[in-house]
Design a protein around this ligand. Structure first.
Ligand code: AMP
Length: 365
């Protein structure tokens, strides 16, 4: 696919107004681009840093078409963009990453089927649309297992463990999900969770950041450490190769993240894909200071058809990124006083529990 190069001074459209959109907009501004953000909420964090903001619903065809007509290239900061919305955007301006990447990654069943189709391992899985399906899936996969909604899950929402022991009340479990299409996944006994954040350019070039190790609390990313500790270089290389093959197969342009489980069995290490995020990712925030090109710079370069930057770590240093969740952001003054702490606040009003309010990055010489 050929991608028209977008010149500095052009307008980048971003669909979605959260912190990811905000940080893409900041990177775009530094490259002399204008940014137009489309998001439904009046208090979207990305609106504060964009030249233009349109407040509109993701199913408002007219507003979307006007928005797409006003930009030179369009990207997005979240994957739950309906296919019809993606089609409207793509008819007004080049859409990167493409609509097929969205369709594949916004449905866990399509995503895992696609990944397995490339010969890349995931947890075993079965679609579940009824109580009978659930029985059959449990019989095929065994327990423990994780039942998830196929779409719209994030930060552990829309999922439920089914433990090794105990009765399974299938009708109450099915009722809990309110008829949403589901997927049952075998539980992966992982040692740690890692991710690859990488970019594919319009010319097919590929650049991956070093493997990230991610620690979650209450299903929300709490800390990312780079490089991932205790991972053999060959394992890290195989994770990067998986991301490259996924990006290639999707004819992907932009930054993507591949979340993986690291499994250790009988002394051997392997990685299993959990999820693909077709966008910049929380586990890549450390790259703003910790890499020679940040994930946001890299994404802007890719979607504009520009050369990718150097993804190596700054001075080869190790990096640690802590999310500021809920009222943790109230400690901003104390964080500012810490030598070497890079504070990022997203400008969100209310510090609700579980809400990502900012992050802090530290480079470790
Ligand atoms: P997800 O929304 O799929 O990223 O899942 C959120 C978190 O739940 C993951 O980061 C894991 O900690 C855990 N998890 C999800 N699926 C599985 C699985 N199949 N096996 C083990 N843990 C899982």
């Amino acid at each position: 696919m050929s991608v028209r190069t977008v010149e500095p001074g052009s307008t980048l459209g971003i669909v979605g107004g959260g912190q990811l959109g905000r940080m893409i907009a900041l990177a775009a501004a530094r490259y002399g681009l204008k940014v137009h953000v489309f998001a439904p909420d009046a208090d979207s964090p990305a609106f504060d840093v964009a030249a233009r903001a349109t407040r509109g619903a993701y199913d408002d065809a007219e507003a979307l078409a006007r928005f797409a007509g006003s930009v030179d290239v369009v990207t997005y900061e979240f994957e739950n963009i309906p296919a019809e919305t993606a089609a409207i955007l793509a008819s007004g301006a080049p859409l990167h990453p493409n609509a097929a990447a969205l369709a594949t990654t916004q449905d866990r069943l399509a995503e895992k089927t696609f990944v397995n189709g490339l010969g890349i391992p995931t947890a075993p899985f079965r679609p579940v649309d009824s109580g009978d399906d659930l029985d059959r899936a449990l019989a095929a996969i065994g327990r423990p297992a994780v039942l998830k909604t196929r779409r719209f899950g994030y930060d552990g929402k829309g999922q439920r463990m089914i433990g090794r022991e105990g009765a399974v009340d299938r009708s109450s479990i099915m009722a809990e999900f309110g008829g949403a299409p589901l997927i049952l996944e075998g539980f992966v006994p992982f040692e740690r969770e890692v991710s690859v954040v990488a970019a594919r350019g319009a010319d097919g070039s590929f650049a991956a950041f070093d493997l990230c190790e991610n620690e979650h609390r209450d299903h929300i990313l709490a800390v990312t450490r780079v490089p991932a500790s205790g991972v053999a270089p060959e394992t890290a290389a195989s994770a990067v190769e998986i991301a490259r093959r996924i990006a290639e197969a999707l004819d992907y342009v932009g930054v993507l993240a591949v979340e993986l489980f690291l499994v250790r069995e009988n002394g051997t290490e392997r990685v299993v894909v959990n999820e693909i995020a077709p966008r910049v990712h929380n586990s890549g925030h450390w790259t703003i200071e910790g890499a020679l090109t940040s994930q946001f710079d890299q994404h802007v370069r890719a979607v504009c058809g520009w050369p990718l930057g150097d993804a190596s770590r700054t001075g080869g240093m190790a990096v640690e990124m802590h999310n500021l969740i809920g009222d943790e952001a109230g400690g901003w003054a104390e964080i500012l006083a810490r030598p070497g702490a890079h504070l990022h606040l997203y400008g969100k009003g209310e510090a609700r529990p579980g809400r990502k309010m900012g992050h802090v990055t530290r480079l470790i010489p």
